[in-house]
Design a protein around this ligand. Structure first.
Ligand code: ATP
Ligand code: GLN
Length: 145
């Protein structure tokens, strides 16, 4: 498959410090996406089993019957990943790289501005709450050491 590259100078609107990357993907591609994200220091991910209707509509799922529901909605997984603005393109890139088959039904990614992040355990907000153990800060200090 030809490589699809990230935007070089993203200009999201509205501007925000944090974005939620919300990706609707083929369930069987999710393990691959998750491990690729882990490798770039993405530790916080939420997934849900969802069902949807897009261009793929009720057309037969070519990858086998398991994705196909009895009412024409197709089983998908929604991944939600909240990251800093400067991590968005890397995350989008990875998702495309790992989730793409080139066939109808590969899914879609939505970028949603996030106003604030609050860590329940500590009450930390903003950047402090966004930063995670094993995340980017830990990865870059490992290179310095
Ligand atoms: P703590 O240090 O208190 O454990 P944490 O930041 O590691 O805080 P958790 O409490 O472990 O966060 O996270 C609970 C759940 O929140 C996770 O299982 C995941 O579903 C979701 N989550 C956490 N961070 C993110 C994120 N950045 N993006 C998406 N989902 C997240
Ligand atoms: N940006 C955070 C970090 O690098 C990780 C965010 C996430 O895992 N969703 O520490």
């Amino acid at each position: 498959l030809p490589v699809i590259r990230a935007q070089s100078s993203p200009d999201y609107f509205p501007d925000s410090k944090f974005y939620k990357v919300e990706a609707i993907l083929r369930p069987w591609r999710v393990p691959q996406v998750s491990s690729a994200l882990l490798k770039i220091g993405i530790r916080g991910v939420t997934i849900s089993d969802v069902r949807g209707f897009g261009a793929q509509g009720g057309s037969k799922e070519r990858q086998g019957g398991s994705e196909f529901d009895d009412d024409n909605y197709i089983a998908k997984v929604k991944m939600e990943i909240v990251v800093s603005k400067d991590q968005v393109e890397a995350v989008v890139d990875k998702i495309i790289e790992e989730a793409r088959t080139g066939e109808i039904g590969d899914g879609k990614i939505f970028l949603v501005p996030v106003s604030d992040i609050i860590r329940v355990r500590t009450g930390e907000r903003g950047e402090k709450a966004e930063k995670m153990m094993g995340g980017r800060a830990d990865m870059s200090s490992a290179y310095v050491a």
